[in-house]
Design a protein around this ligand. Structure first.
Ligand SMILES: [Zn+2]
Length: 122
């Protein structure tokens, strides 16, 4: 799934949330107050808009947490060679799969592997 903070939906969702929670209630307050259906509608609009904004910020926080996790995970494992089933190894920095058991560095990207820095694929 594409992340919302990296596609165009973020701004649209915030815009919809703000429209529902503030613009529509403000516009409907310009209408004479004896129109009760509209007052009711603007309340629903406000509550829906706030809910959209709250859910959206929760979702964003979750995504930022995941980004942090993957960034750290990548940094911790970038100088490790991953052991694959056929006795070959994969460089975690560039994905080169021509790494042998005794290689100390990657011949493509040149990264030096951590001493004993080996991970099993499973
Ligand atoms: Zn490499």
């Amino acid at each position: 799934m594409k992340k919302i903070n990296s596609n165009g939906y973020g701004g649209k969702v915030i815009g919809a949330g703000l429209t529902l929670s503030f613009v529509i209630p403000m516009l409907s307050s310009l209408v004479p107050k004896n129109w009760t259906e509209l007052l009711w509608l603007s309340k629903i609009s406000f509550i829906t808009g706030i809910a959209v904004l709250v859910l959206f910020s929760i979702w964003l926080m979750i995504e930022f947490k995941q980004d942090k996790f993957w960034n750290r995970h990548y940094k911790d494992n970038v100088s490790i060679k991953l052991s694959l089933p056929e006795g070959i190894y994969e460089c975690q920095s560039c994905g080169n799969r021509q790494i042998k058991k005794n290689d100390k560095s990657c011949n493509i990207c040149g990264i030096k592997f951590k001493e004993g820095g080996e991970l099993n694929a499973e």
